[in-house]
Design a protein around this ligand. Structure first.
Ligand code: ATP
Length: 363
């Protein structure tokens, strides 16, 4: 396995810049996930690593080698796509062996690699079956097997789970994570699904409009988002953003929203010098709004209940705070009705703060 390095990687299609100046150091054995909405440039970036798209600018290194000018077949990487076409007339064994056969790998070596991959993927009993005799998940594993037998320097995966139904996707997610551990493989994985990114990635690259927004561990992305885009893209329901103004007097800073206010914790007060004016957006995850059973706290606001969605183990509560919509989650012992005015306590240590003009985090 090997490291993969991207230096100033840019891709232009005519006047459209699909990928802008991406710099990344993907370490050996990392499971790196590109995450972002449709059209943000993640597939184009992956295809440049694979050699399927030319770079407009920049360089890509696999191991110590600059592969920017190399054709895909000489890059020693394996790709797994969303549409994993298996050869229908071949058995599982033959499907997995096919690429090696083309490369004139000795028969005994092919046999060893196919059996090893089949063992890892739990396909040992299915080697003589044809694709039509397999389930969707088993077919996906054969596609992975085909990549594994090549023993590549890195695996590139583009939404490989998106054709599977929800249950199978969850199951295959766990399998992929285990596979990563067993193979000690470098995996670069593209998805628009935040759950896949959060559960499998050792690091996540969040992209928007061709530009990298943040590169961090799943924990860093969730708990220390660099800007409002990252903050609201990861997490369900999304982080609440509340617009208001700040007033600082002495060593106290107060955040005003409509006719109500809370005192900001020192952690945020110290960062307020980065603001150009007194406008501030605070960020609050739905689990950091407490509607009951909270400790005595100075940070309590009144909001009006709009809708309560029962989810079984919890309720999702839609609130109105001074004309701004908010979402909270609460356990299902909390009782209220639409139209009720309720107290909401804010988990101050987990409060985020953003500059409304740049949308960047102040923290
Ligand atoms: P998705 O999740 O929908 O696949 P993505 O994040 O992978 O999206 P890309 O496929 O990398 O996005 O596309 C990035 C941008 O580049 C988009 O605006 C897309 O329209 C544009 N683009 C991609 N391929 C081409 C092409 N061959 N010619 C012109 N523009 C392209």
């Amino acid at each position: 396995m090997a490291s993969v390095v991207l230096q100033h990687v840019t891709k232009r299609y005519g006047s459209v810049e699909a990928v802008h100046d991406v710099n990344l150091n993907i370490q050996d054995q990392e499971f790196l996930v590109f995450l972002g909405p449709s059209g943000c440039g993640k597939t184009t970036t992956l295809r440049m690593v694979a050699g399927l798209e030319e770079l407009s600018d920049g360089d890509i290194f696999i191991g110590d080698e600059n592969v920017s000018q190399k054709p895909p077949k000489d890059r020693d990487i394996a790709m797994v796509f969303q549409n994993y076409a298996l050869y229908p007339h071949m058995t599982v064994y033959e499907n997995m062996a096919f690429g090696l056969k083309l490369r004139k790998t000795p028969k005994s070596e092919i046999d060893r690699r196919v059996k090893e991959a089949a063992e890892i993927l739990g396909l040992g009993q299915l080697l003589t079956r044809k694709p039509k005799e397999l389930s969707g998940g088993q077919r996906q594993r054969v596609a992975l097997g085909r990549a594994i037998v090549r023993e590549p320097k890195a695996f590139l995966m583009d939404e490989p789970l998106s054709n599977l139904d929800a249950k199978l996707r969850t199951q295959t997610r766990v399998e992929l994570k285990n596979l990563h551990r067993r193979l000690g493989a470098t995996i670069i994985y593209v998805t628009h699904d935040q759950t896949e990114a959060m559960t499998m990635g050792t690091r996540i690259v969040v992209m928007r409009d061709g530009v990298v927004q943040q590169v961090d561990t799943p924990d860093g992305i969730y708990n220390n988002p660099a800007n409002q885009f990252v903050a609201t893209f990861v997490g369900t329901p999304a982080m609440n953003l509340i617009k208001g103004t700040v007033q600082t007097q002495g060593d106290q800073s107060v955040f005003h929203v409509g006719s109500q206010f809370i005192e900001l914790p020192a952690r945020i007060r110290h960062a307020l010098s980065k603001l150009g004016n007194n406008q501030l957006t605070i960020g609050l995850r739905p689990e950091d709004i407490f509607l009951h059973n909270y400790q005595e706290t100075p940070a309590v606001l009144n909001a009006t209940v709009q809708v309560i969605e029962p989810m079984g183990h919890e309720n999702i509560v839609y609130l109105d705070l001074e004309g701004q919509p908010l979402i909270a989650r609460t356990d299902n012992s909390w009782l209220a009705r639409s139209g009720d005015t309720v107290k909401m306590a804010i988990n101050l240590p987990r409060l985020h703060a953003f500059d409304p003009s740049t949308e960047a985090s102040l923290l």
